[in-house]
Design a protein around this ligand. Structure first.
Ligand code: KIV
Length: 304
């Protein structure tokens, strides 16, 4: 059986030059499929707001949303390291609030670690979480919770002053005890330089080839959106959106034309014992085969 990664193993992977794969997931089936596909880390990102909940930013995502989706995700990926985002303003208010909210993601959500956006400005909170035994993944560069402050979803670190700030942020997070840092929409040379400077892994998204690992949003990798907005830094590996739309459209057509259900989807009287075994196990099946229709009606098994 697959063993969940540990933060010690992640550091070793960096030292040995083994790339780390991370993908977002938000519920049981997406997590289960990601785990089966061999992903190293699952991130229950607050991108949940954009790709699942229909918001235009991550800002409306609440801690309750994160706890709910983290629980479902962990149920689907019991053998994978799961990181959950602390959503907008669930930290930064006070160290105590941050500790309490991170604890919910771990106790109720069952996450292995939390992720927070920010650098030098949140270093004290990161250190407090780490002291309390809560592993923290940092997130710098384009930090979507600050999208309005940043003036849009733009590449960060293009100017020397910005680049220096990001280097300082990365070092502050490492010094505070973060076990890894996401670099989002950062120029490739800067991301590579930060990666070289740190002993902890960097996980890039739109940060080029020099990071220790890569992360993508589940719905981007699978083109699972309508309309799907192309992004330069994303590679789509499938077009699930089109597949789903076409499948549902075929279903609608077949219901309208009465092509579905066909004979093989329907139950005849001679199959009553099979229906009983579907709904009530062996004893009901035996009872139903003695007195088929009456028994099924009694047990509520004739719903179908
Ligand atoms: O919320 C998220 O999905 C993220 C990734 C883009 C890193 O933070």
């Amino acid at each position: 059986m697959k063993q969940a990664l540990t933060i010690t193993k992640m550091k070793k992977m960096k030292q040995q030059g083994e790339a780390i794969s991370m993908l977002t997931a938000y519920d049981y089936p997406s997590a289960k499929l990601a785990e089966e596909a061999g992903i190293d880390i699952i991130l229950v990102g607050d991108s949940l707001g954009n790709v699942v909940l229909g918001y235009d930013t991550t800002i409306p995502v609440t801690l309750d949303d994160m706890v709910y989706h983290t629980r479902a995700t962990v149920r689907g990926a019991a053998n994978t390291f799961v990181v959950a985002d602390l959503s907008f303003m669930t930290y930064r208010l006070s160290v105590e609030t941050t500790l309490r909210n991170a604890a919910r993601l771990m106790q109720e959500g069952r996450a292995h670690a939390v992720k927070m956006e920010g650098g030098t400005d949140i270093a004290d909170e990161v250190a407090a979480l780490v002291r309390a035994g809560i592993p923290v993944m940092g997130h710098i560069g384009l930090t979507p919770q600050s999208v309005h402050q940043l003036g849009g979803y733009k590449v960060q670190g293009k100017l020397p002053k910005e680049a220096q700030q990001l280097i300082d942020d990365a070092k502050a997070l490492e010094a505070a005890g973060a076990f890894a840092i996401v670099l989002e929409l950062v120029t490739e040379p800067l991301a590579a330089a930060i990666t070289r400077e740190l002993s902890i892994p960097t996980i890039g998204i739109g940060a080029g080839r020099g990071c220790d690992g890569q992360v993508l949003v589940y719905h981007d990798l699978l083109k699972y959106a309508s309309p799907y907005r192309e992004k330069k830094f994303v590679k789509t590996y499938a077009d699930i959106g089109t597949t789903i739309r076409e499948a549902i459209s075929s279903y609608v057509t077949e219901v309208k034309s009465r092509a579905f259900p066909a004979e093989q989807h329907a139950f005849g009287v001679q199959e009553q014992s099979e229906i009983a075994s579907l709904y009530g196990g062996q004893e009901q099946a035996a009872a139903a085969s003695e007195s088929p229709a009456k028994e099924l009606l009694h047990q509520g098994g004739a719903r179908t």
